[in-house]
Design a protein around this ligand. Structure first.
Ligand code: ARG
Length: 462
């Protein structure tokens, strides 16, 4: 019998019972539900709404249920619609009337909103910790290979040489922004809806400030209708997870490309690769591909909740029960992806020679030769054209810019002097990019310092 069955004459239909239930998903919120109930009962007792003995019995009963769930000995009854019903019915079975007093001045509508917010606060913090671990793995990779030169790309074409460490740090900045988004999701969840009851508040003298403090929330919600229908905190978490998954796909895509025979920039460790059941030579980057692939589901979770929330009238509607599955899935998936990416990066072998050799192809010095002429007074557009002719010459001869003779340069412009060779050297090209955020080793060292202190600061807000 459902806890709300008083006004019903017919029993429950097995199909609609299953269709309407959320227990298979929301049982994951058992701890938040129990903590919320203990706080509510303690406050009811302090306000004289229930007796201290009832509160003591409620607390002991709830904690024993928690222990049984954690020991794996609690048997969930599939006839219980959701985690709130499951715990409350069991409590009443265990302690009798005191259990039946727990729901005084409360509705499942404020209860589920409270549980969900406590859950998001906890999961956001856990994701923030995993985000930091991934950033540390990337930073470590940059530190281990400080002066490795690789081709930088635009349009997937060789553009200008950059430091491999600079390239890795670009991802650290992305994940630093993701950390802020996760923190933002935690802040939006940090409001206590308990005490809003079904939709309009309650006639009992609830002390909402007290439950807010007991549950570690920063503020009580200020509008009961909004409090029971607001799921923005789930959207914020889903958006933060989606953007971070998207960033992971960009990183993984590069790792996959770099581990091809064509690139040969990196080799993934055996534990982050798999073999083929038919081709004995194969070593596939399955885990990088899986991280890339899982983003589809996480972004889908965000879109699904947005569509579910769209056009919902105030206040609580059962549609909202669909909110938890995707949010839990997105958080679990992102956490696994962070862990997997960190392990994959820390065990990956870098091939500096292959990167440097690739940087020697594709006329990466072209911009610097044009800058050389421009610095000697030639208008940049004209210098661009002169270097274009030199590139064409190389194309025709099938050689590199540094294979050209000094006379070849002089034929294009008499501004060229012997020091043009400095512009052809990849290390000098890299070091010359010494403005803030540039790829010179000096600027990269600054970035590392900035990111280190950012990470140290972020750790204090987990
Ligand atoms: N299982 C429900 C949910 O997840 C709990 C709230 C139900 N409230 C109600 N009035 N039916 O949304």
């Amino acid at each position: 019998m459902a806890l709300w069955s008083g006004r019903f004459e017919e029993g429950v239909d097995a199909f609609t019972q299953r269709f309407g239930a959320s227990l298979p998903v929301d049982k994951q919120l058992y701890l938040q539900d129990i903590l919320g109930s203990v706080a509510h009962a303690e406050m009811l007792a302090a306000q004289g709404v229930i007796s201290t003995e009832d509160f003591e019995a409620i607390r002991a009963g709830l904690l024993s249920i928690r222990d049984d769930i954690e020991a794996g000995s609690f048997v969930f009854d599939i006839n219980d619609e959701d985690i709130h019903m499951a715990i409350e019915s069991e409590l009443t079975r265990r302690i009798g009337d005191a259990g039946a007093r727990l729901h005084t001045g409360r509705s499942r509508n404020d209860q589920v909103a409270t549980d969900s917010r406590l859950y998001v606060k906890k999961r956001a913090s856990e994701l923030m910790a995993a985000n930091v671990a991934l950033r540390e793995a990337l930073l470590e990779l940059a530190l281990r290979h400080p002066n490795v030169i690789m081709p930088g790309y635009t349009h997937m074409q060789h553009a200008q040489p950059v430091l491999f460490s600079h390239h890795m740090l670009a991802y650290v900045w992305m994940f630093t922004r993701d950390f802020q988004r996760l923190l933002g999701a935690r802040i939006s969840a940090d409001v206590n809806p308990l005490g809003s009851a079904a939709l309009a508040g309650t006639t009992y003298p609830l002390d909402r400030e007290a439950t807010t403090a007991m549950l570690g929330f920063s503020f009580p919600s200020q509008n009961s209708l909004d409090a029971v229908s607001d799921r923005d905190f789930f959207l914020d978490l889903l958006y933060a997870c989606s953007v971070s998954c998207l960033h992971l796909t960009r990183l993984c895509e590069e790792i996959i490309l770099w581990s091809t025979s064509e690139f040969g920039f990196v080799t993934l460790s055996d534990s982050y690769s798999t073999g083929s059941s038919i081709m004995p030579q194969k070593k596939n980057p399955d885990f990088a591909e899986l991280i890339r692939g899982k983003s589809g589901r996480v972004i889908g979770d965000l879109v699904a909740l947005m569509v579910t929330l769209k056009s919902l009238p105030l206040a609580y509607n059962k549609d909202l029960q669909e909110d938890k599955e995707g949010a839990i899935d997105a958080a679990d998936t992102l956490e696994d992806c962070y862990v997997c990416a960190a392990g994959m990066l820390s065990t990956m072998t870098i091939h500096p020679d292959a990167m440097l050799a690739a940087a020697g192809e594709g006329y990466l010095a072209a911009t610097d030769i044009a800058d050389y002429l421009a610095k000697k007074g030639m208008p940049f557009r004209r210098a661009h054209e002169v270097v274009g002719h030199l590139v064409l010459l190389c194309d025709k001869r099938g050689c590199r810019l540094d294979d050209l003779a000094f006379e070849d340069f002089r034929e294009q412009s008499d501004l060229f002097e012997e020091d043009i060779v400095d512009c052809l050297d990849l290390a000098s090209i890299v070091e010359a990019r010494d403005t803030i955020g540039g790829t010179s080793s000096h600027q990269v060292a600054h970035q590392i310092e900035a990111l280190r202190s950012q990470i140290a600061q972020d750790k204090t807000s987990i």
